[in-house]
Design a binder for this molecule. Structure first.
Ligand SMILES: Cc1cc2nc3c(=O)[nH]c(=O)nc-3n(C[C@H](O)[C@H](O)[C@H](O)COP(=O)(O)OP(=O)(O)OC[C@H]3O[C@@H](n4cnc5c(N)ncnc54)[C@H](O)[C@@H]3O)c2cc1C
Length: 423
């Protein structure tokens, strides 16, 4: 597949590509290798944004994706909320890239007719004990440059949203929702128009260094399907790019650990937290804005999100889970099932701010998994965007822990990565 895609783009000699599919080191023949300008690993919203930005700035970009198409990972398993940038530590990457990314995203969607809606959001205190936390959130939001926040009395908030129960609320007018699939489709189209090549069903299985240059090892994803950890994993093709962006989402850390020669001191352990959503059935949408409780450990709390069709969903909760082995993670073999009995924990949480939620109205929806850099009970970690100044490898950028607000920040992450590389 990788051979065919590159061949279609007319960038590499056909003989090499035919060889890429047929030969492997285990057959006694040297694994075929080629050079490339920039390789982006992973076609989620972040990889796509980076690919478009690098291609727009004149680089020759190859996007490699293990799945049969773009956006099948976390980028299609989230709340689709455009965050204002309120919660994150001041001056952190999350704060800066979310605020910048939100501005870029609204402009991008407006200019291109991508469906979005700036609904606004209410963060609600449901007991007087939570009111100081709301004040802290306001202070933090202002520090982060979110200047349109407004503290509301309960009567004002409940006047705006008659089904809501709260003692105080913080209004964030610049929060909104987006059709993330349309966004990704647009990013793919623009990246292609700027000359980027997409190669699906192809997995980066590792890498090694020669002459301080990263040699990426590829395999067709289908050939990894029956892989058992006992047998050696042989690459079918090696590509030697000038630039490598590791935007493999949930797999970014396990993949970096497979770059032999990269100092593992810079690669932390991954943590994973599943978030399940339940859909509201049998009731018409009770709210016209996003409603968020006070954040909890590991997430933003079981909140109300609306999609652009008016469907209401509640979630995501936080369930710390173990990862899977590397190859299964590259193939996205995580457990995304939503057990219906989890709803028992949703009802009391939601009824704190939506007391009229009726029994039996929540049905299992979908789930997503957060790629986290800190575990249960630890303080939240910032995004990690690692370039040469950290790990010493020219042209390699690792994107670790790109959890929420990664969708909102995607265009700003792309800008940041391009300028880090001096592109
Ligand atoms: C429950 C939940 C709710 C969220 N809600 C929001 C929200 O409302 N707003 C917001 O801003 N953000 C939100 N986020 C965060 C946001 O969804 C992510 O930050 C963003 O989607 C990450 O995009 P990505 O491109 O880094 O990763 P992904 O979308 O996971 O893409 C990574 C890609 O890499 C591919 N890949 C993996 N390994 C390999 C390999 N070895 N070779 C080739 N390809 C590989 C995968 O197949 C995948 O397609 C949420 C996240 C979760 C989990």
């Amino acid at each position: 597949m990788i051979g065919r895609a590159i061949q279609r783009a007319g960038k590499y000699p056909a003989a090499v590509l035919a060889g890429a599919r047929a030969k492997s080191a285990s057959s006694g023949v040297r694994t075929p290798r080629e050079t490339a300008d920039a390789v982006v690993i992973g076609a989620g919203v972040v990889g796509l944004s980076v690919a478009r930005e690098l291609a727009r700035r004149g680089r020759d970009v190859l996007v490699v994706e293990a799945a049969p198409t773009f956006g099948t990972g976390t980028s299609s398993r989230n709340s689709e909320v455009i965050h204002a940038g309120i919660y994150y530590s001041p001056k952190s990457l999350k704060a800066n890239l979310c605020v910048r990314g939100r501005e870029l995203l609204y402009r991008y969607c407006y200019d291109r007719g991508i469906p979005y809606k700036q609904l606004g959001k209410l963060i609600v205190a449901t007991s007087s004990a939570e009111m100081p936390k709301l004040e802290q959130i306001l202070g933090r939001g202002l520090e982060n440059g979110v200047h349109d926040l407004r503290m509301l009395e309960s009567s004002q908030a409940m006047g705006m949203e008659p089904e809501l129960q709260c003692v105080q609320a913080l209004l964030s007018p610049s929060s909104g929702i987006i059709d993330s699939h349309s966004l990704m489709l647009s990013l793919v189209g623009e990246a292609e128009n700027y000359g980027a090549t997409f190669c699906y069903k192809s997995t980066v299985i590792g890498g090694h260094f020669e002459d301080n240059t990263l040699h990426l090892q590829f395999s067709e994803s289908k050939d990894l399907g029956n892989y058992d950890e006992e047998s050696p994993l042989e690459p079918q093709l090696i590509i030697v790019p000038k630039i490598v962006i590791n935007s493999a989402g949930l797999s970014a850390l396990p993949l970096a650990k497979r770059f032999q020669g990269l100092d593992h001191g810079f690669i932390s352990s991954p943590f994973y937290a599943r978030g399940c959503y339940f859909m509201l059935s049998m009731m018409k949408a009770p709210f016209s804005r996003l409603i968020y409780p006070i954040p909890e450990d590991g997430g933003l709390g079981v909140h109300v999100t609306l999609d652009l069709n008016g469907q209401v969903k509640f979630g995501p909760d936080v369930e710390w889970i173990d990862g899977v082995d590397d190859i299964s993670s590259f193939l996205n073999r995580f457990d995304y099932s939503v057990k219906s009995d989890r709803s028992a924990r949703f009802y009391p949480e939601i009824r704190k701010y939506f007391p009229k939620l009726s029994d039996g109205s929540l049905v299992p929806g979908y789930s997503g998994i957060r790629p986290k850099l800190s575990g249960q009970g630890q303080p939240p970690a910032d995004f990690v965007i690692q370039g040469e100044e950290i790990h010493g490898i020219s042209g390699l950028v690792n994107l670790f822990g790109i959890e929420s607000p990664g969708l909102t920040s995607s265009l700003a992450i792309a800008e940041y990565v391009a300028s880090m590389l001096g592109v």
